[in-house]
Design a protein around this ligand. Structure first.
Ligand SMILES: Cc1ncc(COP(=O)(O)O)c(C=O)c1O
Length: 390
């Protein structure tokens, strides 16, 4: 599918299985030590590169086709994901690339009814109007929990999964659904944003694609919008690379470099967030003013049994329900440590009343909480005090 100048570059090195996650994230994608060179060479800003004669002899030709700073981060991602990775300028750009290239005309896309809001919108509204309908593509949604996704697989080209889901934190059995989808002739993509490849490995569980919004925990400092697709199969990676090149959905080199720099602390950040999240979820579950606490790592949570088999740890996102919108407003106003914001996975604890957007089937008092890196004792005290104001 490539045209001249679209050759793949920087095919990432295989993951080194001698090392644990904390070591791999620090070293992932770094070049060999070179005297006088920095550990992570700075971003390369180039639209055209010098190219004399045959472009096939030049490693880089044009900025929309390839960039050394993307390559270095993609090499790092491959070391964590276990398959070739493609960087995109947002999680939605990564999602759209898979949906647009992996469902041929006349076939079916099956996806969770409670997957991330905008993914549902492009699959069930934007694409069907502008694109899927013209190609005779059918979209079937079914709940993450239950047998609906499996039952819809007949004739499907792609099964889209999200686990744990944002914001309901439902979990599905990725390996079992991947087997069923493959038996039905469908490919499987997993939105792994809430978990990241450190906590859950969709490709190892049998999926063909892992899709991640790197805007969240992957980069973790609330200052970048990025996404990536990891592929099991090199031919699929080439198809998605060609989509990226031709559509021009490319990340800036500075963002790629910042993401790579942030990756070194991913294991430290996630470890702290997971430790704090279980303490906060336990406190919330026991609190008389709180109900409907969801955290996949909480024994007794409906997601716990499956999550324990396919996740290493359970992440930093918790959801819970307060009596109504006014109660949530009082809780936020009384908290000194919660930023009210619509993202998760960052170093600052943040939360939002999710129903304010109107896109998710959640109660008015539903709160999605993202645990940051603040001291757990301060967070527990702050939450106790803020709940007192509810
Ligand atoms: C689960 C999930 N997938 C995909 C996305 C889209 O990512 P981005 O905002 O980077 O486009 C988000 C964003 O919140 C998300 O939560």
């Amino acid at each position: 599918m490539s045209t001249p100048g679209e050759r793949p570059h920087g095919v990432p090195a295989a993951s080194d299985s001698r090392w644990h996650d904390g070591t791999r994230v620090v070293r992932a994608g770094l070049p060999d030590a070179t005297p006088g060179a920095p550990y992570l060479p700075g971003p390369v800003f180039a639209a055209p590169y010098h190219v004399s004669g045959d472009p096939a002899d030049s490693p880089y030709t044009y900025g929309r086709f390839h960039n050394p700073s993307w390559n270095a981060y993609e090499r790092a991602l491959e070391a964590l994901e276990g398959g070739p990775c493609l960087l995109f300028p947002s999680g939605m750009a990564a999602t759209a690339a898979v949906l647009a290239t992996m469902v041929p005309p006349g076939r079916k896309l099956v996806m969770p009814a409670e997957s991330y809001y905008t993914t549902r919108v492009i699959a069930t509204q934007a694409f069907p109007g502008a694109w899927f309908a013209a190609q005779g593509i059918e979209v079937v949604t079914a709940p993450t929990v239950g047998d609906g996704l499996r039952a819809a697989l007949d004739g499907a080209a792609l099964l889209w999964l999200e686990s744990p889901t944002n914001p309901s934190l439902d979990v599905c059995d990725i390996a079992a659904l991947a087997r069923a989808a493959h038996d039905a002739g469908a490919l499987v993509a997993v939105d792994n944003t809430t978990a990241t490849p450190l906590l859950q490995q969709p490709l190892a569980l049998g999926a063909d694609f892992a899709v991640v919004s790197d805007t969240k925990a992957m980069t973790g400092h609330a200052d970048l919008v990025l996404g990536h697709v990891a592929c099991r199969d090199a031919a699929h990676a080439e198809t998605i690379r060609t989509w990226r090149t031709r559509m021009g959905v490319i990340a800036g080199p500075m963002e790629a470099w910042l993401a790579h720099r942030s990756l070194a602390t991913l294991d430290v950040r996630l470890s702290r967030q997971c430790d704090t999240a279980i303490a906060i979820a336990t406190m919330l579950a026991a609190h008389p003013k709180v109900h409907g606490v969801r955290y996949p790592g909480l024994p007794g949570d409906p997601s716990y049994a499956i999550a324990s088999t396919q996740m290493k740890r359970f992440g930093g996102v918790i959801s819970f329900v307060l009596p109504d919108a006014a109660a949530v407003a009082r809780f936020f106003a009384a908290s000194e440590l919660i930023y009210e914001a619509t993202s998760f996975g960052g170093v600052h604890t943040s939360a939002e009343r999710r129903a304010r957007w109107g896109g998710d089937a959640v109660p008015e008092g539903f709160v999605r909480l993202s645990i940051g890196l603040e001291d757990v004792r301060d967070l527990l005290n702050d939450f106790e005090r803020a709940l007192g104001a509810v």
